[in-house]
Design a protein around this ligand. Structure first.
Ligand code: MG
Length: 374
């Protein structure tokens, strides 16, 4: 039986500029901080992983700084000498060392999959069972928070055939202003032939959701993402099915146990699948399987990763029969510059799977040196 014993683990923070400001419900960024994880085996095989949070620790408590500390101090000593090919066994070890820390664990697992793909000369989608599709439809998050600039960005993406569907990021204004903004932007987008979703990023309580969702639905919004707190599955269930728009869960589905509740509580019409929030690709694949059993489709969500994490998620989405809700894996063209030589491709309003061994991307040493945090 072949083995690939791990010789070294590096964690490197890079700060990559983005093309424009990006507003989330809790923070606003102009640079994306990324933690790169480079694992080398004694046979000289090198795997790259990426752990990226959306502009800091607000989403699930981890940041690039906290992940680097966890990896350097706790995970790395356990990884050295372990067999990189036995991914579930390595994850079992990491889970024994530390609870939670799903983003850090996902980045490590990604590097292990990159190693496995290189050892067996197989792309990640083959390791996950094979392709259900070659590409996923782009859903682009509009997050500047300025009507004219957001519309200009959408017009550019529409004219370049990069995206036809848009997601308005909300939650950083008072509900009344937030909804007025979303409705104005939605009507501008709809008049240009686009379709429109909104992501409230759990900024509202249930009463606020019932007050304002009908207004946005009347304005033509077709999908409502995470209007209330992630833990409030019951409120999500009461909202789902009540209105003509579809409800998409994101913060509400992180674990396998959350996915089970999608079946029993029907708290969403679809949900965002993300390797980072669930502790890796294998966990995300299991979550998608539970959802498939419940007849619920998934959306390939993202944390605005560069092409390393994007390739991992697009490979997973293309290998899943029920990943039919599109993808927001737009990091490769949202970043001002990519950190790999061969970024994930976005064209024809779709994001395309990579076919090279492992993740199918090569880290640019020049970019790594330039963007590395000193
Ligand atoms: Mg979301």
């Amino acid at each position: 039986m072949s083995s690939e014993l791990i010789e070294s683990v590096e964690s490197i923070i890079v700060d990559v500029p983005i093309k424009r400001v990006h507003k989330f419900s809790a923070t606003s960024i102009t640079t994306q901080a990324i933690l790169l994880i480079r694992i080398r085996t004694r046979n000289g095989v090198v795997g790259i992983g990426e752990s990226t949070t959306p502009g800091g620790p607000w989403w699930l408590g981890e940041s690039v700084e906290s992940m680097k500390l966890m990896i350097d101090s706790y995970f790395s000593p356990a990884l050295i000498g372990s067999d990189a090919l036995q991914i579930p066994e390595v994850l079992r070890k990491l889970n024994k060392i530390a609870a939670l820390n799903s983003f850090a664990k996902a980045g490590i697992e990604m590097a292990l999959f990159d190693i496995k793909g290189k050892v067996f000369n197989a792309p990640l989608h083959q390791l996950l069972g094979g392709l259900a599709r070659e590409s996923v439809k782009t859903c682009w998050p509009l997050a500047i928070g300025d009507i004219d600039r957001d519309v200009a960005e959408a017009e550019h993406l529409l004219s370049e055939n990069l995206a036809q569907e848009f997601k308005i990021k909300m939650g950083y204004r008072e509900p009344k202003e937030d909804v007025a903004f979303a409705c104005s932007l939605a009507s501008a987008l709809l008049s240009r032939g686009a379709t429109v979703r909104v992501d409230i990023n759990q900024a509202w309580d249930e009463g606020t959701a019932h007050r304002w969702l009908p207004v946005m639905i009347d304005a033509g919004v077709s999908v409502i993402e995470q209007p209330v707190q992630g833990w409030n599955h019951e409120a999500m269930a009461r909202i789902t099915g009540k209105y003509s728009a579809q409800v998409l869960a994101d913060e509400s589905v992180c674990t396998l146990q959350d996915a089970l509740k999608i079946g029993s509580l029907r708290f969403a019409d679809a949900f965002a699948l993300k390797a980072m929030k669930s502790g890796g690709i294998l966990a995300a694949q299991k979550i998608a399987g539970i959802a498939e059993a419940a007849g619920v489709p998934c959306f390939a969500g993202c944390f605005l990763e560069a092409s390393i994490g994007s390739s991992a998620m697009v490979s997973l989405a293309c290998a899943l029969p029920n990943a039919t809700y599109g993808s927001e894996q737009i990091g490769p063209i949202w970043l001002k510059e990519e950190i790999v030589e061969d970024p994930v491709e976005i064209r024809d309003n779709r994001i395309w799977v990579k076919h090279g061994p492992g993740l199918g991307v090569t880290l640019s040493e020049e970019k790594l040196q330039r963007f590395r945090r000193r």
